[in-house]
Design a protein around this ligand. Structure first.
Ligand code: SAJ
Length: 427
C-alpha cells in the first residue's frame, strides 16, 4: 500500500519512518521546500528521530519526501500531522489544517483513508474535514474513511516512542476505525479503538489539560508553602509515599513546550463557543503564566537582601530549554525571564548545553556562554531554570554568590546562598 504523512515534524517524521519500516511505500509531504531537499540529500536531523533509520528508509526509497500534494491522488491513506498553534490572542490557529484540507479536496478519491493526528478541539475532524468532503459529494465511511488519532510523541523521552506508546483511534464509523487499525497494525504495538473522532480528540485534551491544571495547582501550593514557611519539596516527597490516589507534580518557573501551554486553550476556546467557561483551564493558564513574574520577584528580593538591585546586576540563567535534557525552546519560561530581566536593566547571560542559541525579541542571535565554575563569582546572581542532568550542582553552589533555584535542582545542597521556589525565603 502507498501511504502519505502530511507534515514532517516531531510527530510526522517518526510516524513516516515507522510506517516505512513496516514495509509501506511512504510519501512524506511537507510545504517546506528546504526541508524536503535536505531530507533527499539526507542532511536533515530532527530530535527524536534515529538518523540511521531515516537514512535507511530514504536510501531504500521506502520513504519519499516531497512537496507535491498531487501524490495524494495515488495514495491509499494520509496521516495529517501539521501544527495546531495558537494565534496571538490565544485562540486556535486552524490555518495549517485548513490548507491541508484544500489540498485534499483537489486530489480526493474514493477509498482514501484520512487520519487527523494534530491535537485540536473536539469536533474538528467532522467540522473541518468531513464537512468539506461531504460538500464534494464524498460520504465518510462509504466513499472514504475518516479517523482522529492523537499524537502522543514525547520528544527526548528515551523510554516511550512512536512504536510503543498506545495509539488511540476514533473512526467516523466502525469500518473507518477498522481500516485505520490495519494501517497502524505492527507499525505501532498497541492500538486503542474508541467510538468516534470526538472521543479521540477529547482524550488527548484531557491528558494534557490534566497536566496543565496539576502543574498550576502545585505552583500555587508552592507559593502558599512559602507563606507558611514550609518546604513544598519535602511535602511533595512525603505525599508521594501514598501508594494510591496521588501523583506528584513539580513547581517550576512556568510551562513551556508545544503541548501543555497550548492544548488546553483549544478546549477552553471550544467551551466558550458553547457558552461554557472552563474555570480550571483558564485559571491554570493564568497561574502557570504568572510563574516567571513570581520568579523575578524572588530574584529582586534576594538581590535587595544583599544590597543589590536587578538593574546593572550580572545575572546568569542556567537552562533555556523548556524541560531538562532537550534542546526545545518553544514557549520556554526561560525566554520570558531573559527578556524581562533585560528590560529591568540587568546584564543577562545564559548557559544551556542543549539550546545553544536563540533569537531574542529584537531579532539578535543570543548564544549560550561557556559554564566556567571559576568565573561564576563574576555573576551577582545565578538563576537555575532548567535542571539539565549535565550540570554539576555541587560545583555551582560552591562557586556562586547567589542562586535562585526554580526546580529544586540543588535539593541535596544546603549552602546558604540558595533561594528556592517553594521554600521559606532564606538569604
Ligand atoms: N512542568 C512543571 N512541573 C511538572 C511537569 C512539567 O513545571 O510537574 C513544566 C515543564 O518544565 C515544561 C512544561 O511544564 O515547561 C510541560 O512539561 P511536560 O512534562 O508536560 O512536557 P511536554 O510539554 O513535553 O509534554 C509532553 C506531552 N506529550 C504529549 O503531548 C504527547 C505530555 O502529554 C506528556 O505527559 C509529557 O510530555 C511527559 O510526561 O513527558
Amino acid at each position: 500500500a502507498k501511504v502519505g504523512v502530511i507534515g514532517l515534524g516531531y510527530v510526522g517524521m517518526p510516524l513516516a519512518i515507522e510506517l516505512s519500516k513496516k514495509g509501506y511505500q511512504v510519501y512524506g509531504i511537507d510545504i517546506n521546500v528546504e526541508k524536503i531537499s535536505r531530507l533527499k540529500n539526507m542532511d536533515f536531523y530532527i530530535s527524536g528521530v534515529n538518523k540511521e533509520d531515516l537514512h535507511e528508509v530514504i536510501n531504500s526509497k521506502k520513504f519519499i519526501p516531497t512537496n507535491d500534494f498531487s501524490v495524494i491522488s495515488s495514495l491509499d491513506s494520509i496521516n495529517i500531522c501539521v501544527p495546531t498553534p495558537l494565534t496571538k490572542d490565544d485562540i486556535p490557529d486552524m490555518s495549517y489544517i485548513n490548507s491541508v484540507v484544500e489540498e485534499i479536496k483537489q486530489y480526493m478519491h474514493k477509498e482514501l483513508l484520512i487520519i487527523l493526528e494534530s491535537t485540536t478541539y473536539p469536533g474538528t475532524t467532522e467540522e473541518l474535514i468531513e464537512y468539506e468532503l461531504t460538500k464534494k459529494g464524498y460520504k465518510a465511511g462509504e466513499d472514504y474513511f475518516l479517523c482522529f488519532s492523537p499524537e502522543r510523541v514525547d520528544p527526548g523521552n528515551g523510554k516511550y516512542n512512536t512504536k510503543n506508546i498506545p495509539k488511540v483511534i476514533g473512526g467516523k464509523t466502525q469500518l473507518c476505525t477498522e481500516i485505520a487499525t490495519l494501517l497502524y497494525k505492527d507499525a505501532i504495538q498497541s492500538l486503542v479503538t474508541v467510538s468516534s473522532p470526538k472521543i479521540a480528540e477529547m482524550s488527548k485534551l484531557l491528558e494534557n489539560t490534566f497536566r496543565s491544571v496539576n502543574i498550576a495547582f502545585i505552583n500555587e501550593m508552592a507559593m502558599l508553602c512559602e507563606k507558611l514557611e514550609i518546604n513544598i519539596w519535602e511535602v511533595i516527597k512525603a505525599a508521594s509515599t501514598k501508594p494510591f490516589g496521588f501523583m506528584p507534580f513539580s513547581p517550576g518557573p512556568g510551562i513551556g513546550g508545544h503541548c501543555i501551554p497550548l492544548d488546553p486553550m483549544y478546549l477552553s476556546w471550544k467551551a466558550r463557543e458553547l457558552n461554557f467557561y472552563s474555570r480550571f483551564i483558564e485559571l491554570a493558564h493564568e497561574i502557570n503564566h504568572y510563574m516567571p513574574e513570581y520568579v523575578l520577584n524572588k530574584v529582586e528580593i534576594a538581590l535587595n537582601n544583599v544590597n543589590k538591585s536587578v538593574r546593572n546586576s550580572k545575572i546568569l540563567l542556567l537552562g533555556m530549554a523548556y524541560k531538562p535534557n532537550i534542546d526545545d525552546l518553544r514557549e520556554s519560561p526561560s525566554l520570558s525571564i531573559y527578556h524581562t530581566l533585560k528590560e529591568m536593566g540587568a546584564l543577562v547571560e545564559y548557559n544551556d548545553p542543549y539550546a545553544t542559541q536563540f533569537t531574542d525579541n529584537e531579532g539578535n542571535i543570543v548564544h549560550s556562554i561557556e559554564l566556567d565554575h571559576q568565573n561564576l563569582r563574576n555573576f551577582d546572581c545565578i538563576i537555575l531554570l532548567t535542571n539539565h542532568n549535565v550540570y554539576n550542582y555541587q560545583e555551582i553552589s560552591e562557586n556562586s554568590n547567589l542562586i535562585i533555584d526554580t526546580r529544586n535542582a540543588f535539593k541535596n545542597i544546603d549552602t546558604p546562598n540558595i533561594v528556592r521556589i517553594g521554600d521559606s525565603p532564606q538569604v
